[in-house]
Design a protein around this ligand. Sequence first.
Ligand code: NAD
Ligand code: SER
Length: 315
Amino acid sequence: MKQILVTGALGQIGSELSTALRRQYGNDNVILSDIKDNEQELVNSGPFYRMDCRDSRRVAQIIKKHNIDTVYHLAAILSAAGEADPGRAWDVNINGLYSVLEAARETGTAVFTPSSIGAFGPNTPKDFTPQDTIQRPTSIYGITKVTGELLCDYYYHRYGVDTRGVRYPGIISNVKEPVGGTTDYAVYMYYAAVEKGRYTCFLKGDTYLDMIYMPDAIKAAIDLMEADPERLRHRNAFNVTAMSFCPEDEAAYIRRYMPGFEINYSIDPVRQALANSWPNSLEDYAARVEWDWKPQYNLDSMTKDMLKVLGERAR
Ligand code: NAD
Ligand code: SER
């Protein structure tokens, strides 16, 4: 049975990936950690450590104590939060990853690290962005993500650490609301539709970005870590995507189920600039060929499910 450590376990992805991992591998075999400990249900559902991922000694200590063989390293600062405090974004995203990779090198564990569409920049091809292409991001978040991709490749080639990762697009979910990102609008729109029947969007209506529904994002992480290493030509930063849409498209799909839904706009220049610098849509051929990646949800099925789950919760 795998023995897993999750960093950043109380964040948007961690809250759901941790539950899925515990369901698959057993509560006691999935050790959760975060710099905070404010989610009592998750914290109390199995072993949990309050841990700063930048503390490599403590990361290695916990890995050894629990005979960990796989780390899902999710602790990070996202794009808009990064622009508000670039020094913190660099510190957590780079020193945190370095510390986890060093602990992995010492202990022989595998490491999953998510990169992002933020690793691309304004001169990357915008449509069907290829797996291997120009990466000159203009945000501190993107700079840390490209550095992270390279660092993970380096630890694999130089030290044989089993590093793997995907470039996630915006992730839409209904357990933990996202904070500090640019694609967060797509999540907030569903919550606002159910709570108020209207939403004020901080991105322009025709801003196209790639997105994925959380069940597919979780499946990507687990499937990649279970994949046959012999088949992996790329190891880190696999493009994965499920759909590309803009705020107007999402609003139109919400209206299929809530005809009175209204959207208006109050643009945040920081997040609009971040979104403008990212691809409209990704090509994810390498992930499909090398580890059989295939998403289940599209904009229609995701919208239906989001409105159903949030609607039931609101009752
Ligand atoms: P999040 O901000 O929701 O969660 C990050 C977690 O890390 C938080 O719980 C936070 O408390 C924790 N954390 C922050 N600093 C820490 C530190 N020094 N030590 C330990 N924990 C610390 O982020 P998320 O959306 O869950 O993202 C997880 C990963 O996926 C990140 O690498 C992010 O860049 C990547 N990603 C996310 C998305 C998305 O749409 N959510 C898209 C692309 C990539
Ligand atoms: N969803 C993330 C963000 O908007 C992209 O990695 O920051």
